[in-house]
Design a protein around this ligand. Structure first.
Ligand code: SF4
Ligand code: SF4
Length: 378
């Protein structure tokens, strides 16, 4: 296995153990992906769980009125977003995901597993790879009782041989909570891993633990939160956790937010930001700098880093030291990343840029394009 590295971090940045909420935004913005078609009209009344698009599985996260299409940004590959004004009535569309009683088929469908007879192990992965992010950790921290009970039910109904719960040794509060709770679930095994970059990625985690990839389902704690809602509450969650931290924040914390809310509204409401900062979505290693004003929270956003504006180091000229290719976990030559075919193999881990002594940036930018022809005003 490739050598995994411990990333440098500022130990002074401490995330509060209290989670705060931002669940009542005035507006939400739902991404119009690719050439997807919009199913609703301007001024239509919609509910929580309404399907707004023909193909995308994104559901409306508030009840309210469809207002307009706006050019915004998010971690998703979309440039345009459908704006829904919240009416705060919390009307909810019922889902027809029949979950009672739970069966193996229903469970595997919720877990997204196709070859159900081959699955022998389930790994619940609560490891945050990015420095200063604690999102996965907090999903486990907040819902460990529900998660363990459901995992044990899945183990019995689906005849799973091994269930593992993985988290970092640095998550000491979580480790002790789980240790005491696991007394009730002797069949679930806790795996504590060191704080090494990329152990949060399934392939690297399984290799580190010596667990076979072919018959194992690895599910992140965040994704398991969705599965839990689907199986136990018959709904898709309309909220998620994100970590907001960094040396540009006076009060780093994990926040429970409404999917579709504007990130700036959350920051303005809950975060004490220092002067002269920059904003980075999804971490220093694999994230990118964003404009806070137009950035929308989608389910693929895990963290916001707010850093003192000292990140941009001037790129120098390559000195052919070879460090970037030595460190690449998938054995690429990062200098060839400009070639489209080659780029497909990159897992966007950011290690090549991290290690480069002359600060060459190899990462790609988001370049989403949308067709809006299907949205009709009336
Ligand atoms: S970002 Fe891509 S090329 Fe660079 S180290 Fe990671 S996988 Fe390799
Ligand atoms: S790490 Fe930077 S300087 Fe060294 S070979 Fe790679 S691009 Fe060139």
């Amino acid at each position: 296995m490739q050598k995994l590295i411990e990333l440098e971090k500022d130990e002074a940045i401490l995330v509060s153990s209290q989670v705060e909420s931002f669940l009542k935004p005035d507006f939400v913005y739902l991404p119009v992906l690719g050439d997807d078609q919009i199913k609703v009209y301007q001024n239509s009344k919609v509910d929580i769980g309404s399907q707004l698009f023909v193909r995308s599985s994104t559901l409306c996260s508030v009840s309210g009125i469809v207002r307009q299409i706006k050019k915004m940004d998010s971690w998703d590959d979309a440039s345009y977003y459908l704006e829904v004004e919240n009416d705060f009535e919390e009307r909810r569309k019922e889902m027809n995901f029949n979950h009672s009683p739970l069966t193996k088929e229903i469970i595997f469908q919720a877990l997204g597993i196709e070859h159900k007879d081959e699955i022998k192990n389930i790994v619940l992965n609560a490891i945050d790879d990015e420095v200063y992010a604690l999102t996965e950790n907090f999903y486990l921290f907040l819902y460990y009782e529900e998660f363990l009970a459901l995992l044990d039910e899945i183990r019995q109904l689906c005849l799973i041989d091994h269930i593992y719960v993985c988290l970092k040794a640095s998550s000491s509060e979580n480790v002790s909570k789980l240790m005491s709770e696991l007394g009730m679930y002797p069949e679930i095994e806790l795996k504590i891993v060191p704080d090494l970059y990329l152990l949060g990625k399934p392939k690297f985690l399984l290799s580190y633990l010596g667990i076979e990839e072919n018959n194992t389902c690895v599910i992140s704690a965040k994704e398991f939160y969705r599965v839990y809602h689907l199986l136990k509450r018959n709904r898709i969650p309309t909220d998620e956790l994100i970590t907001i931290s960094g040396d540009g924040v006076k009060n780093p914390k994990v926040v429970q937010v409404k999917i579709g809310a504007r990130l700036k509204d959350v920051v303005d409401e809950l975060i004490d930001v220092k002067d002269d900062v920059c904003y980075i979505a999804n971490g220093l290693m694999s994230g990118r700098e964003i404009h806070l004003d137009s950035f929308v929270i989608t389910s693929s956003l895990d963290s916001l880093l707010i850093m003192k504006n000292t990140l941009e180091k001037e790129e120098g000229k390559c000195i052919n030291c070879g460090l970037c290719s030595d460190i690449c976990p998938v054995l690429l030559y990062p200098k060839r990343l400009s070639e489209a075919n080659y780029r497909k193999q990159c897992i966007n881990c950011g290690l090549c840029s991290y290690i480069c002594p002359v600060h060459i940036k190899f990462r790609r930018d988001n370049d989403g394009k949308n067709s809006l022809s299907s949205f009709q005003e009336r």
